[in-house]
Design a binder for this molecule. Structure first.
Ligand code: NAD
Ligand code: TYD
Length: 355
């Protein structure tokens, strides 16, 4: 079996669902269930004994060592993290704790477990660390996309904490020969995306007749990948990635934020027109920019394509249509994630921004 951390969050849950649909191998899913973790994301696995859910923290060494000894996984995939840049600006502490201290404690428990494995399982074992393109910093308009050899230049507390975790993973390979793999992926979108991030926030706000808050001039560029393509890339790296290597994952799909918001509005205009038949674009509001806002991210995914033959299955057009449709068809999920603490977050992040 494999052990996944953070498998009740957006990408982790998609990964667990996809894994069990593609591979008949059990998953132990360790997730502490922060605001971003949601067992409803895994509801379709109820009664499936290939999925074992454990509520727990990656920084809890006793728990993790006990789980490793009990289940003896052949691989670990580390999704667990604090993941939202705006939250890291309001309060970096949790990011340092989970992304740095948590990853460190997890690595220590894994190192002890791996050291005591017999020769063959020891050779087969893998620790795959899921990271982000944000560790490379911000690109100007004409600079080439990030390759795996780009210098780390993280600019937010989130990306700095992910960069630190990447360095720890690298050091555990270099120093202790732990068989690690690291993936640095661009912005994901798709089902189960918590509506604090750009795309689901725009869909949810549009349908609730709220404003669509575009930071600054809306010309910041992100490189978007449908979440299931990220999951297939992780499966492929786990299967065939070279030990100690880093693989950038992306869909060659750079878009300014405003284009993304316009696309979401156009799809909603088509699939769920406003009662007054005006466009959802009417709800766009330009608001105060994010401090230290990275201008552009772009991933050069040639290495994973060349070495592992991985390519995304979705284009942005097909992926974003599926995503908007998913939100329209899952209004109960949408309502359930907008708890009191979600509303508090929205108030904290948006009330101080001038329109
Ligand atoms: P998310 O915030 O939706 O989910 C994170 C999950 O981790 C939640 O279920 C949460 O409960 C869990 N978690 C947090 N702290 C934990 C802890 N201490 N112990 C155990 N579980 C804990 O995040 P996501 O968007 O699914 O991202 C998953 C991973 O992928 C992260 O490492 C993130 O840095 C990386 N990543 C995300 C994106 C993106 O666009 N979302 C892109 C590239 C890389
Ligand atoms: P986000 O989804 O938070 O991902 P990240 O910051 O990790 O790339 O934001 C994507 C882009 O959208 C980013 O440039 C910030 C911008 N943005 C807005 O313009 N308005 C918003 O309300 C949010 C949440 C993000």
């Amino acid at each position: 079996m494999i052990l996944v951390t953070g498998g009740a969050g957006f990408i982790g849950a998609n990964f667990v669902l996809d894994w069990l649909a593609h591979v008949d191998e059990a998953v132990i899913n360790v997730d502490v269930l922060t605001y971003a973790g949601n067992r409803e994301n895994l509801a379709s696995l109820t009664g499936d004994d290939r999925h074992i859910f454990i509520k727990g923290d990656i920084a809890d060494s006793t728990l993790i060592s006990g789980l490793l000894a009990q289940y003896r996984p052949r691989a670990i995939i580390n999704f667990a993290a604090e993941s939202h840049v705006d939250r890291s600006i309001h309060g970096p502490e949790d990011f340092i704790q989970t992304n740095i201290v948590g990853t460190f404690r997890l690595l220590e428990a894994v190192r002890a477990y791996w050291n005591n494995l017999q020769t063959e399982p020891r050779q087969q074992f893998r620790f795959l660390h899921v990271s982000t393109d944000e560790v490379y910093g911000s690109l100007s308009k004409d600079e080439p996309a990030f390759t795996e050899t780009n210098r780390y230049e993280p600019n937010s507390p989130y990306s700095a904490s992910k960069a630190a975790s990447d360095h720890l993973v690298r050091a555990y390979h270099h120093t202790y020969c732990l068989p690690v793999l690291t993936t640095n992926c661009s912005n994901n979108y798709g089902p189960y995306h918590f509506p604090e991030k750009l795309i689901p926030l725009m869909i949810v706000n549009a349908l609730a007749d709220k404003s669509l808050p575009v930071y600054g001039d809306g010309q910041q560029i992100r490189d978007w990948l449908y979440v299931k393509d990220h999951c297939s890339a992780i499966r492929r790296v786990l299967e065939a990635g070279r030990l100690g290597e880093v693989y950038n994952v992306g869909g060659w799909n750079e878009k300014p934020n405003l284009d993304i918001v316009h696309t979401v509005c156009a799809l909603l205009d088509e699939l769920r027109p406003r009662p007054d038949n005006k466009s959802y674009r009417e709800q766009i509001s330009y608001v105060t920019d994010r401090p230290g806002h990275d201008r552009r991210y772009a991933i050069d995914a040639s290495k994973i394509e060349r070495e592992l033959g991985w390519k995304p299955a979705e284009t942005f057009d097909t992926g974003i249509r599926k995503t908007v449709q998913w939100y329209l068809e899952n209004q109960e999920w949408v309502a359930n994630v907008q708890s009191g603490s979600y509303r508090e977050w929205v108030e904290k992040n948006y009330s101080g921004r001038v329109a």
